[in-house]
Ligand binder design. Structure first.
Ligand code: 4AD
Ligand code: MG
Length: 477
């Protein structure tokens, strides 16, 4: 018999089909009923082991997380809670699991903190099953969205010599001290010339290489891992995260904002349509979790309600100057509720961003025209000489989810900005060539993939939406 996945089987009308399933035991009741899960869905298949059909020695091996192969007959279920069940005729234990030693005892719902410590097995829980199926769907939807719009997927390098954000938050890449490693006079390794004859690091963003692609292909996107050596232990920061960076020639900030908004709505819509069961599960999980909170700390909307709202409503668009004005007028400011200073020129802290989206507008907000001094060197300078054509998208519960801009396409302006910010023009000669040979107005943005997954799954901690989180305190495997 060919193996059938449980997700598929659940769509069948049970009428005595002979099928084979394989999966892991979630629970085993009354020496008769197995809840079997194969990872394709959170809904377990009820497998019935008819009394006296299998010997006791075999039944004793049906333990939590043991892996089974079961062949049987699919019939309408007598029990509550499921449409169908599998009456087993053949049972094979593929792998035993010592229930005493199994690290995840599913009797009490284990906490997310506990599961982070058992990260190697946490995919075997309903919560992580749903989170990672949603993550997969979002990744697929991202490629689908850009492919449908004629964008080319450009693979930008992970090892690079440039600091795309000019923020110095890079992980150095170096060779082991092999015989050919370049040495200083005292015999120590010369890191400045260590690799490719120069210092290299893990990429913080594929944008600069993306601009090379956009100024040839017109429209490209990247989707890959990026690295930031910032020592932030927050629920929104990882040292290794995935970023999606579209870059478009013949495009200004307005087009850029429109694309970003369409894009976000599209991928959320895709997940809502294709992963309904998982999102419903996560929605109920959140409601359960919030029961222990005081009423005023609970979310006003459920997860699905919130996602539907985002898909169906226009994002608010304001300038940075307007944002600061709103903050200065806010009751929170007047009651000295903000920890950090508010005045024109500040880099808004997450408390400010969250005030704007969660308290003031209660929807995603696109903030534009930031002061040039808090933004990267490549952003296009506005006529006021003080602000740049930047846009950040702020999301409820998350804060900044997208950062982007129109790029400075005028060579003289770009060079003088780089000089002011001490960005070495000689190292970025290849980047500047795009402005020397057929420069065009162009723009792009970066979406932090894990923050997006957090938004769609409602997970509070970014460590719970990436399979193997890399943070200053974790990298066991
Ligand atoms: O705002 P950022 O630094 O922008 C760039 O890297 C640009 N080169 C993007 C572009 O215009 N092509 O990062 C973009 C997004 C942020 O808005 C955030 O969602 C996410 O990347 N991000 C992080 N996510 C998790 N952990 C971190 N340490 C992150 N740093 C940024
Ligand atoms: Mg940013």
């Amino acid at each position: 018999n060919k193996r059938v996945k449980i997700k598929e089987l659940l769509t069948w009308t049970p009428e005595g089909q002979q099928v084979t399933v394989m999966g892991w035991v979630r629970t085993f009741r009354n020496n008769q009923f197995v809840a079997l899960n194969d990872g394709s869905t959170n809904t377990n298949l009820q497998v019935v082991l008819p009394l006296n059909s299998f010997d006791d020695a075999l039944l004793r091996r049906v333990t939590t997380s043991a892996s089974l192969k079961v062949t049987g007959t699919l019939v309408p279920s007598q029990g509550k809670g499921q449409q169908q069940e599998l009456q087993a005729t053949e049972l094979e234990i593929l792998g035993d699991s010592d229930a005493e030693k199994y690290p995840l005892q599913l009797k009490n719902r284990p906490s997310l903190e506990f599961l982070r410590e058992k990260a190697h097995l946490r995919f075997r829980t309903n919560t992580f099953g749903s989170v990672f199926r949603v993550r997969h769907a979002l990744a697929f939807a991202i490629h689908k969205f850009f492919h449908e719009r004629g964008f080319l997927y450009l693979h930008t390098p992970v090892i690079t010599a440039s600091d795309a954000e000019g923020a110095g938050e890079m992980f150095r890449v170096t060779t082991l001290p092999f015989d050919g490693a370049p040495r200083n006079e005292d015999g120590s390794i010369n890191f400045k010339e260590d690799f490719f004859g120069r210092a290299t690091n893990l990429t913080v963003s594929g944008q600069l290489e993306g601009e090379l692609g956009a100024t040839a292909f017109g429209e490209i996107y990247t989707f890959g891992p990026t690295f930031r050596a910032e020592n932030s232990n927050t629920t929104r920061h990882l040292a290794e995260f995935w970023m999606i960076e579209p870059e478009m020639a013949f495009c200004d900030l307005e087009d850029n904002m429109n694309l970003a908004e369409d894009f976000i709505k599209y991928i959320i819509g895709f997940a809502l349509e294709n992963n309904r069961e998982d999102i419903e599960f996560l929605d109920s999980r959140l409601k359960e979790e919030e029961k222990s909170l005081p009423a005023d700390k609970r979310s006003e909307m459920g997860l699905i309600e919130k996602l539907d709202f985002v898909v169906n409503n226009k994002f608010e668009r304001i300038t940075y100057t307007e944002a600061i004005e709103i903050l200065l007028q806010s009751p929170a400011y007047k009651k000295k509720k903000f920890q950090y200073e508010v005045k024109w020129g500040i880099d808004m802290q997450s408390e400010h961003e969250r005030y704007l989206v969660e308290k003031h507008f209660k929807k995603p907000v696109i903030v534009t025209n930031y002061p040039k001094d808090i933004k990267a060197f490549y952003m296009r300078l506005n006529d006021d000489g003080k602000t740049v054509d930047a846009m950040d998208i702020l999301a409820p519960g998350i804060g900044e989810i997208v950062g982007g801009s129109q790029r400075e396409e005028r060579l003289d302006k770009l060079e003088s900005r780089m000089a002011e910010m001490h960005i070495p023009t000689e190292e970025l000669w290849w980047y500047l060539d795009t402005r020397r040979f057929g420069t065009v107005p162009h723009a792009g943005f970066g979406l932090g993939f894990e923050r997006m997954v957090q938004f769609v799954t409602g997970m509070g901690n970014i460590r719970d939406v990436i399979a193997f989180p890399r943070t200053p305190k974790s990298a066991e495997f």
